[in-house]
Design a binder for this molecule. Structure first.
Ligand code: BGP
Length: 493
């Protein structure tokens, strides 16, 4: 059997897409709370208000829809606008039921994120919000009942909104201290209850979506480079603090990674793909590898980017790299420099259509080899333990009258992907800690804000505009995954 006995099988979620209760018990607003829903063709927008003039409006978030706030405007919640994060799929009030589902499937781990603004409502508060801390404590205690090890992301596409408005988000070095304080508070409070943490979800999304990844309101190369640097330093300080608080705690990096292919054998395409890989791997070269790579420093030089650093930054990065490298991987992307070739139509950086691969309704390609390739690339580069913390397929599932969902397409996708992961472990000897399927209980899509782009083993009754009872029901994939975990991945039939 390829997978070791202690392999961490499970599922993954994020507070802003799952938890809801956006203003309950002292929680402050975060950046996700001002982002509207969209669709495959309509981009998500950030709403804003000018407090002096009372004027309101909306702006894009990057990748395809430009982010531009008028002078005096700040991100704000507006009346009569629907925000998917506000209720999401209401984990806050359903956590016992949901964790029982996870227990029934045999989960060994559950990846969730803590909502920073639930703990520090403004981000710069001196004391934490006890109600927020108590909520997560109850969640961890519930996990324990089922022998489920929590894997906690400290910041998954959200930053307390006050830190954006008053400080400009992660472009400001002051956020390093606020984050360090948040991390220390959490590590100390849950000592003995939580062993595994991740700092920033898909940290490399800073390049594409600085508001989502860092609460940054200016989409410039300078701001994004500084935002990334500040997050690297904050991550290193989190690793340091965790090890001081308890040698049991491990803090990982979280990278969005997918293998990238050239569409043609034109050498220019190969160079293009190398540069695309550099854009991603820069983030793990620093956070997991401990050093800024030369290719990035050269690029900063060419682009006139000047990092604001402090003495000691480089030593911190080198001395406290991530303990392990986790990543999301949904498929692969195919790239070319030839402009006559059609785009694949997915979001983020999906590139052009690969004729060998199937895509879902959102243009995301299912690639049966992606996990083996990704695991080998990352293991060869860093020789550190890896953890697949997101993998799955979004589908507009149809629920039958009895609550069942016949999601054979999801089972097929997961079968291929788990097989690929198995090969990386059994054939190539990659050191893999675990696998958490993305969106194990249905939740809001990060890219589109839709509900109908579902990923879960459990269906949640909720639609794109906020209707639904939040009732949960098991999909066919629920029983399939239960069997996979029970047989340690041996039975994928
Ligand atoms: C990753 C994010 C998740 C998640 C997932 C699926 O980028 O870390 O938050 O949502 O992608 O993407 P989407 O929700 O856009 O389908």
């Amino acid at each position: 059997m390829a997978f070791p006995k202690d392999f961490l099988w499970g599922g993954a979620t994020a507070a802003n897409q799952y938890e809801g209760a956006y203003s309950e018990k002292g929680k402050g607003l975060n950046t996700a709370d001002v982002i509207m829903g969209g669709s495959h063709t309509v981009p998500r927008m950030i709403t804003w208000k000018n407090e002096k003039t009372g004027e309101t409006g909306k702006t894009g978030m990057g990748f395809g829809s430009k982010m531009e706030f008028p002078v005096g405007a700040v991100p704000a919640v507006l009346d009569d606008v629907y925000y998917p994060s506000h209720e999401a799929t209401d984990f806050y009030h359903h956590y016992k039921e949901d964790i029982a589902f996870m227990g029934e499937m045999g989960f060994k781990t559950f990846r969730l994120s803590m909502n920073w603004a639930r703990i520090f409502p403004n981000g710069d508060d001196t004391a934490p919000n006890e109600d927020g801390l108590a909520f997560y404590e109850a969640v961890f205690d519930e996990c324990k009942k089922y022998g489920i090890e929590p894997l906690v992301t400290l910041s998954h596409y959200e930053t307390p909104l006050h830190l954006s408005i008053a400080y400009g988000g992660w472009v400001n070095r002051k956020l390093i201290g606020f984050f360090e304080n948040y991390a220390k508070t959490v590590f100390a409070r849950y000592k003995g209850k939580v062993k595994y943490y991740l700092t920033f979800n898909e940290i490399n999304m800073m390049d594409m979506c600085p508001f989502m990844a860092g609460g940054i309101m200016e989409d410039t190369p300078q701001a994004k480079a500084q935002g990334a640097h500040n997050q690297f330093v904050a991550s290193a300080l989190a690793v340091k603090a965790a090890h001081e608080i308890s040698p049991e705690i491990q803090v990982g990096q979280m990278l969005a990674y997918q293998p990238t292919y050239t569409y043609t054998c034109d050498p220019a395409d190969q160079v293009y793909v190398m540069e695309a890989e550099h854009k991603t791997l820069f983030y793990s070269d620093v956070q997991t590898g401990g050093k800024y790579p030369a290719y990035r420093l050269k690029q900063y030089e060419r682009d006139g980017i000047k990092l604001e650093t402090e003495p000691g930054d480089w030593e911190l990065l080198e001395k406290y790299p991530a303990d392990f490298l986790s990543f999301s991987c949904y498929g692969s992307s195919t790239q070319t420099t030839h402009s006559d070739i059609d785009g694949a139509g997915g979001n983020f950086v999906m590139g052009v259509k690969n004729p060998y691969l199937q895509t879902n309704a959102w243009g995301w390609a299912t690639d049966p080899a992606c996990l083996r390739l990704a695991l080998n690339t990352l293991y060869d580069r860093y020789h550190k333990p890896l953890w697949i913390v997101e993998n799955g397929i979004g589908w507009d599932d149809q629920k039958e009258a009895d609550g069942s969902v016949h999601d054979s397409y999801r089972i097929e996708y997961l079968r291929q992907n788990i097989r690929s992961m198995d090969e990386a472990v059994s054939l190539d000897g990659v050191d893999l800690m675990g696998y958490t399927m993305w969106g194990c209980i249905d939740l809001v899509s990060a890219g589109t804000g839709e509900m109908k782009k579902r990923y879960g083993f459990v269906y949640v009754d909720r639609d794109d505009v906020g209707n639904g009872t939040f009732a949960r029901s098991r999909k066919d994939s629920f029983y399939w995954y239960q069997k996979v975990i029970k047989t340690q991945g041996a039975d994928l039939s």
